[in-house]
Design a protein around this ligand. Structure first.
Ligand SMILES: C[S@@+](CC[C@H](N)C(=O)[O-])C[C@H]1O[C@@H](n2cnc3c(N)ncnc32)[C@H](O)[C@@H]1O
Length: 392
């Protein structure tokens, strides 16, 4: 592909990404993979270059652009070499017309930028939400240890006890240590959140929103495979990815349970009032993970945000029913919006007078409400809110 044809391909992909964001369709990564499945002539360099153009354009636009071309024109405004590739050549992008306008820049749609500001996220912090994330791994202590593990590249040790950082795009999935479960890919913030939860060997622990088990695996490691660890989720596809990961990691203690939404407590009857600790890694807007999914800014609307906050409250209530007296609840969202963080905990403390906040000692982060906030600008992690509550 010529450089101009790559720009045109990126424009076509951006059109698909914009449509999918509006209709809550397929995520950008899947659209890009499908696009190239149908264009076998594109080599790996072309694919990488187009992918980079697409994500650079997504990051450059705040609100959802009117078209892929407008999004790419925004990038061309910032980069003359890209502007020069709008040359009208065969398979390339048409020349830029005098009246053509680039899509608006910014961090996010206006309502969302305002919500971030109201949550204490200043301009610097907001801009850092769109940086490119490094690649963090966690050494799995069920099989190895950070101090002794041998890897093809040397990673930077981070504050979490088993975290190592590599540059963006490092292909750790090809490493023997990944294939045999000695390492897992996990953002440093996510590792710190698991450390704040302090799961211990022999405990009975429920990971209520386990997804594909990123945090369950870290908890299994902290528990040294001793005790009971139940990983639940309502999403069959995600939860089904946990078993092979647990097998690779040697995390034999993990049990899984597919929950029926609205019938969670009924299905968890056996676990009611017996858990030492329940982790609620709640579904959220993901504003803290825009470094990895920048197009998520275009998928969210105020109605969806409100729906998520109701679900977060309900999940805390379920956790409160499952935890035994003296047990603890960890509430986590990968969001920097207060409605999905400190406000949810303030509301939970009102609804459940027997729950009390527990101080969290982490090497990074800042106290925020009754919890701790981690952010890309301040901590070099994805954005998280984490709070710990003790049941009276
Ligand atoms: C933030 S993600 C979990 C990520 C996961 N803990 C990890 O570390 O990779 C939130 C999860 O909550 C799940 N979820 C949504 N509604 C739920 C419910 N009512 N009960 C349990 N899980 C639910 C979603 O399917 C999603 O997988």
């Amino acid at each position: 592909m010529t450089p101009a044809a790559r720009v045109q391909a990126a424009i076509e992909l951006l059109d698909q990404i914009i449509d999918a964001a509006k209709s809550k369709g397929a995520p950008a990564d899947r659209l890009i993979a499908n696009y190239f499945k149908q264009r076998r002539y594109a080599g790996s360099k072309d694919r990488r270059a187009v992918r980079e153009l697409v994500y650079a354009a997504v990051r450059a636009c705040g609100p959802i652009p009117v078209s892929g071309r407008a999004a790419m024109l925004r990038l061309a405004e910032q980069d003359d070499t890209i502007a020069a590739l709008f040359d009208g050549s065969a398979h390339g992008a048409a020349a830029i017309g005098d009246e053509e306008k680039p899509a608006p820049d910014g961090v996010a749609p206006d309502w969302l930028t305002q919500a971030l500001t109201a949550s204490g996220i200043d301009q610097n912090e907001a801009a850092a939400l769109l940086d490119r994330a490094p690649l963090d791994i966690r050494v799995n202590t069920l099989k190895a240890d950070r101090s002794g593990i041998e890897l093809p590249e040397t990673g930077e040790p981070l504050a979490a006890s088993q975290a190592l950082r590599f540059s963006t795009g490092t292909s750790v999935e090809q490493w023997p240590a990944y294939r045999d479960g000695r390492i897992e890919v996990q953002d440093h913030g996510s590792q710190l959140v698991c450390e704040a939860f302090s799961a211990r060997p022999g405990e009975t622990v429920v990971d209520l929103c386990a997804g594909a088990g990123g945090k369950s695996l870290a908890l299994a490691s902290a528990m040294q495979n001793q005790g009971r660890l139940l990983a639940c989720d309502t999403n069959r596809g995600r939860l089904s990815r946990l078993a092979p990961r647990a097998e690779r990691a040697g995390a034999g203690l993990i049990e899984t349970l597919l929950l029926n939404p609205d019938r969670e407590l009924e299905m968890l009857a056996e676990w009611r009032g017996v858990a030492d600790a329940v982790l609620v890694d709640a579904p959220c807007s993901g504003t803290g993970t825009w470094r990895r999914n920048p197009e998520a800014r275009w998928r969210l609307d105020e109605g969806e945000l409100t729906r998520l906050t109701f679900l977060q409250d309900r999940l805390i209530d379920i956790a409160a029913a499952m935890v035994k007296p003296g047990g603890r609840i960890g509430f986590v969202t990968c969001s920097l919006l207060d409605v999905e963080g400190k406000d949810r905990i303030a509301a939970a403390l009102e609804r459940h007078p027997k729950l009390k906040p527990i101080d969290i000692a982490l090497p990074l982060g800042r106290a925020h409400g009754a919890g701790v906030r981690l952010s890309p600008a301040h901590d070099g992690t994805d954005g998280f809110f984490v709070a710990m509550l003790r049941a009276g």
